[in-house]
Write a protein that binds this ligand. Structure first.
Ligand SMILES: Cc1cc2nc3c(=O)[nH]c(=O)nc-3n(C[C@H](O)[C@H](O)[C@H](O)COP(=O)(O)OP(=O)(O)OC[C@H]3O[C@@H](n4cnc5c(N)ncnc54)[C@H](O)[C@@H]3O)c2cc1C
Ligand code: HEM
Length: 509
């Protein structure tokens, strides 16, 4: 077996995925060790701290002593937890959690899953705060700087540039009697209307804008000169224009207000309303959500938002890919006020049970999106192989739709499921197949087929992948992979063994 890391250590698809993909084996959780079981244990009277009720001040030296499986302390963002009892409940497995034990595991944690609400999930294991270690060089503190942006028309905007290595935008404004238009321009930060989220506060006096890309994310907080109404619209010309309606039409503004440029970017919570839900298979729902009216969020392809709910007082946050309302028409799209997801509901699932029980009109907290993928990765390839297992199909939805309706690329989907009834949007995939006859093929592979199944059977394997790639010339093909971690890990390994270049593979992880 090749010892080389695959994808290559500096490959785009490894961005934010620090653990060597080939070495990650997700240990199945034992019965009675699900997230719901952990929530129950945390809420019981069992002492999970083992250090008494008073928070301690813990030195790095002391922390380092608690570095074994049976005595495991871990520091994250300055808080120290006794994770000994959590070990068996960790969805990433005990060996993964052990990597951070006896240490300040902040950066490891941030690299793997910075969305996980550890403060809430480990509240019952909190034992104290970490005494900072001044012997190691301090991380540069995150800055919060005030950019003075007095400009009142676009021409007066200075060039955008860098502060301390960070890209930033120039902000300006123009106005009519009715509207104020805030302008964002960057010479270096690639963005589009799909790469940012903005919303105005309930009182209409401030606005928050986040630019989110696969490389870097930035937040701006604008205190507006005067009040605006709830509605918001966004246009992209040479610059991004955010159009706000003045609360007092006719009044001239002296400037747009003041702009605070904050770092680091933090996903903000938006309260979204469920508009409709429908079953697309026996266990998977399509859900349509509406954002608050005062918000604009148009996600790029491959982006995921985070749903968050409080379950027995413990805050749980999980990522879900933004999909599409449908795939068979060119007009199927999300708009800046609505988005669609496909979510598999687990009977014993902590968060999916809550999501599955939502009724139209109910609200749920959704944290703004993140993105690792970008279209530039596939743009120069004429063939795209999509390898999806189960709900790993969700990030493929928009890529597939884009490639078929907006490009002349050839697409092949290898779709791995247990049974026929698990296949998402099967009829719609057939419709696409007949419509794009010469450009689109689907291979369904079932691991637990019924007897009358005449299609492909089994799990992902080198012969199967070779078969799927046989229609394409390898050097003009880009492969996208998504599924449960064992599927992704194995598929990446096989592709590597088959000498598929790591620069032509991307795994959604
Ligand atoms: C980037 C990204 C995008 C995602 N997009 C989507 C999406 O679009 N749609 C979607 O449905 N999901 C998506 N997911 C998965 C999703 O985030 C949750 O992990 C999933 O919905 C389970 O949530 P839960 O809280 O209900 O489950 P949990 O309570 O954690 O458990 C779910 C079920 O799995 C079992 N289980 C949990 N962990 C393990 C384990 N280690 N081994 C064996 N069984 C286990 C539990 O017993 C339970 O039956 C995505 C994940 C990522 C990382
Ligand atoms: C710092 C050391 C840690 C490492 C190296 C680590 C590693 C991992 C890995 C690799 C996974 C992914 C499993 C998969 O999907 O294949 C995972 C999942 C998870 N880990 Fe950790 N983990 C660490 C600490 C923690 C801590 C302290 C918590 C506390 C709450 C935690 C909670 C979770 C949760 C909830 C998931 C499931 C995430 C999801 O599906 O959205 N982890 N971890």
């Amino acid at each position: 077996m090749s010892k080389e890391l695959f994808p290559a250590a500096n490959s785009a698809q490894r961005l934010g995925v620090p653990a060597p993909v080939l070495n990650t084996t997700k240990a199945p959780l034992q019965r009675g060790r699900s997230l719901m079981d952990w929530i129950r244990l945390s809420k019981s009277n069992v002492d999970l701290r083992g250090t008494g009720p008073r928070p301690l001040k813990i030195s790095m030296e002391e922390l380092a002593k608690h570095n074994t499986h049976d005595d495991a302390w871990m520091a994250i963002r300055g808080y120290v937890f006794n994770v000994t009892r959590y070990m068996e409940y960790h969805p990433g497995g005990e060996s993964e959690l052990m990597r951070g034990v006896g240490k300040d595991a902040t950066s490891l944690f941030e690299e793997v899953h910075r969305w996980v609400n550890f403060e809430s999930m480990l509240k019952a294991c909190f034992i104290g705060t970490l005494i900072p270690d001044f012997t190691t060089p301090r991380q540069p503190k995150s800055t919060s700087s005030l950019l003075s942006v007095p400009g009142n028309n676009l021409l007066k905007l200075p060039r955008s540039g860098k502060i301390g290595g960070l890209q930033y935008f120039n902000v300006g404004f123009k106005q009519t009697e009715e509207e104020v238009i805030i302008l964002f321009r960057s010479d270096s930060f690639e963005t589009s209307v799909e790469n940012f989220v903005c919303n105005i506060s309930d009182d209409g006096l401030s606005m928050h804008v986040d630019f989110i890309s696969h490389m870097q994310s930035l937040s701006y907080f604008i205190t507006l000169h005067k009040q605006v109404k709830e509605s918001i619209s966004v246009v992209k010309k040479e610059v991004i224009e955010i159009v706000l309606k003045k609360a007092e039409p006719g009044s001239l503004w002296d400037g747009f207000g003041s702009c605070k440029h904050t770092q680091p970017f933090k996903n903000r919570l938006l309260s979204c309303t469920l508009i409709s839900k429908s079953n697309i298979t026996h266990n998977t729902l399509q859900l349509h959500f509406r954002l608050p009216e005062s918000c604009h969020m148009l996600t790029p392809m491959g982006a995921h938002v985070f749903f968050q709910a409080s379950i027995e007082d413990i805050s749980i946050r999980r990522p879900y890919t933004v999909a599409l309302p449908c795939i068979t028409e060119s007009t199927c799209a999300n708009d800046s006020n609505n988005f669609y997801t496909l979510i598999k509901v687990y009977e014993t699932g902590a968060l999916t049970k809550v999501i599955g029980n939502l009724s139209p009109g109910d609200e749920i907290s959704v944290a703004t999106f993140e993105i690792k993928f970008h279209l530039g990765l596939i743009s120069s390839f004429s063939n795209i192989l999509l390898l999806a297992a189960g709900t790993g199909f969700t990030p493929m939805v928009r890529v597939l739709h884009h490639c078929l309706f907006n490009t002349d690329k050839k697409v092949q989907l290898g779709f791995f499921n247990k049974k026929e009834l698990d296949i998402l949007w099967r009829n719609d995939l057939e419709t696409l197949k007949s419509r794009f006859d010469s450009r689109f093929t689907v291979d369904h592979v079932l691991s637990q087929p019924d007897q009358d199944w005449s299609g492909l059977k089994g799990r992902v394997s080198i012969p199967l992948l070779k078969e799927m790639l046989s229609n394409f010339q390898i050097d003009t093909t880009f492969v996208l992979v998504c599924g449960p971690s064992p599927f992704t890990t194995l598929t990446l390994k096989f592709l590597s063994d088959m000498k598929v270049k790591s620069s032509s593979v991307f795994a959604f992880t």
